[in-house]
Design a protein around this ligand. Structure first.
Ligand code: URA
Length: 224
């Protein structure tokens, strides 16, 4: 180390000693990071192979297919839904039913598709019986998979589709209305919560609001 650096370091340590006494405190810069799960694969395709036989919860016994996710591993936009439904369970791909067809149209309208600059997955990778809401234990077991997918893809923006995805990712128990309309922070990645496409099928009067969200989503990914 050069003499100048030596002097700077000694000076700095003397200042620290004046403030804190004999104990040295280091800032832990990792506290804000979405910690990489040790032992998980470092590529999306090998990660899928690694987890698709999962039996960490009972859904592993009732599923037809594990629904890992689909899309571009370098996507700037990552969409996260709730859990596979009947059609997704049968086909092994997320959002392939009616709600998925609507999602495809929305993505088309922002000049994207499920294979073009987008990655689509769910909080749960297996279908809950009769499409019931995910149980806390199922979310707890499955969430590390979602976190690792986000770590691998490193999207510019995450969009949570619906309340369940929003509250899981943000770790809060809030209504969709209170989470929608702001840019949240998911371990330094911007995150927006919008309507689930199935909700738009049930309430078409929400479609203009969802369209506003997706125009906003497009402008965020195009300007960041
Ligand atoms: N609803 C979801 O949340 N995800 C799917 O994959 C299909 C329907």
């Amino acid at each position: 180390m050069s003499k100048i650096l030596d002097d700077q370091l000694i000076n700095y340590l003397c200042q620290i000693k004046d403030v804190y006494g004999d104990e040295i405190y280091f800032e832990n810069n990792n506290t804000q990071k979405n910690n990489l799960e040790s032992g998980f694969s470092s590529s999306i395709s090998s990660f899928e192979d690694q987890i698709n036989k999962c039996h960490k919860c009972d859904l592993g016994n009732s599923r037809t297919n594990f629904v890992f996710g689909v899309g571009d591993e370098n996507a700037s936009l990552m969409l996260v839904g709730e859990a596979p439904g009947e059609k997704e369970d049968l086909e092994g791909e997320p959002f392939v039913g009616r709600a998925g067809k609507l999602l495809d149209k929305i993505l088309n309208a922002i000049n994207r598709s499920r294979n073009k600059d987008v990655f689509i997955c769910n909080v749960l990778k297996c279908r809950p019986p009769n499409n019931r809401d995910p149980l806390p234990i199922e979310v707890k077991e499955c969430e590390p998979y979602l976190k690792h997918q986000i770590n691998l893809i490193k999207p510019k923006l995450i969009v949570a589709l619906g309340r369940i995805a929003g509250k899981t990712l943000l770790g809060v128990d809030k209504s969709l209305k209170s989470m929608r309309g702001e840019i949240h922070n998911y371990y330094d990645i911007p995150l927006i919560v919008t309507y689930h496409p199935a909700a738009l099928l049930r309430n078409p009067n929400w479609k203009p609001l969802a369209w506003e969200d997706f125009k906003w989503i497009r402008s965020i990914i195009e300007t960041s």
